[in-house]
Design a protein around this ligand. Sequence first.
Ligand code: UDX
Length: 446
Amino acid sequence: MKISVIGTGYVGLVSGVCYADAGNEVVCVDKVQEKIEMLNSGVVPIYEPGLKELIDKNMELGRLKFTTGIEQSVKDSDIIIIAVGTPSLPDGRANLDFVKNVANEIGVSINGYKIIVTKSTVPVGTNEIVESIISAQTDVVFDVASVPEFLREGSAIQDTLNSNRVVIGTNSKYAADVLSELHKPFTRNILVTDIRSSEMIKYASNAFLATKISFINEIANICEKVGADVTQVALGMGYDHRIGNSFLNPGIGYGGSCFPKDTQALIQIAGQMNYDFKLLKSVVEVNNDQRFNVLTKLKLILNDLENKTVGIWGLAFKPNTDDVRDTPAYEIIKSILDCGGKVKAYDPLAIENFKKTFRLSHNIIYCDTAKDVALDSDALCILTEWEEFSLINPTTIQKWLKRPNLIDGRNIYNEVQLYGTDLTYYSVGRPSLNKGVKDKSPVLFV
Ligand code: UDX
């Protein structure tokens, strides 16, 4: 099949490359000339394991091309996929300007029957807007479909090539058949729905996963008070297949390009229909509060942060990505600086993006290694669970630090690794592992 993918962000680039790898002729389109030049010269603008290799392979085979010429690629394609960004507006609604502009350009260029697919995460009803924008420009017959994307950064290629499901929302039997054929190599579970349900599935899925994270974070906070271990609790819960054992890792709250944006957007979508989505509002509130637990623990250990040096391991919102969008690390670092502390920070991949994205005071130093961060710090906070960090022995960390204080915001260490150290250690929801802290043991009710 001949496919145009419009927008070469995470979703567009990864899905375009995977469609090419399945044997289709794919043209990825972006209006940013610089990006297209980079891609044509073999430079990949985002970090994603396996992506560069797959791009090189499919370019060499002549199945994958990059261009700024939307008009020609629309004319040459059977399927046109819209994968542009839908950033948040100040009130949390999704900004549909990019989607609408692309629909307009498709309407101007369309020269025969095409299937227009929206992969961008869009509010319910957007595919109908896309349809009407194109129809206003042309008499050519076309179909629209919503095919939401569920890939995770860091494992985006695998998530696409081995999807747990593909959802196709369309009113056209022909489009449903063609798109089912296109996605057959990627999954055994293809669900064909109406358009509005498909648009809703994406938001509902992300909102549910965000709910799971906020739920386990609140359970972790209660575990700290009652003296239970959240790891054991999550394990015990997860054996029940109705609950499942994934997405029950407590930490410093979710970040990234999807959960914060999509939860806000769904709250707004509901609000526009006069529905108060109370549960999801709480999920967001819990998530915002969770990151400040690190500050509370720091203050408990150091009393006053004024002129204290706090080391930070991890700036990306999760490991295996250089993405810092809505990363909890930003709020945590900002709050340490606001309290008069100094920060030394390291991340294996995300330092440049972090520097570019956030303006912070002069009291932050970016280091070249994890060791440089720990050396002479009054406390060390682990904010992203990079494998590189978990391979460093806590005894070594203790030797590096000026004062032996470790806050493990991602629970990367266990009891065995901590054995024999004199670290004052705080993790999330595991009071039995706390060592050297001055607060009293929890008093259980009698
Ligand atoms: C997510 C969805 O998983 C994906 O299906 C959707 O298409 C886009 O949004 P992504 O943002 O790449 O993907 O990352 P994910 O691995 O889902 O993690 C999101 C955030 O939740 C991270 O900040 C992560 O640290 C946090 N998280 C995840 C937890 O705190 N605990 C968990 O148990 C799982």
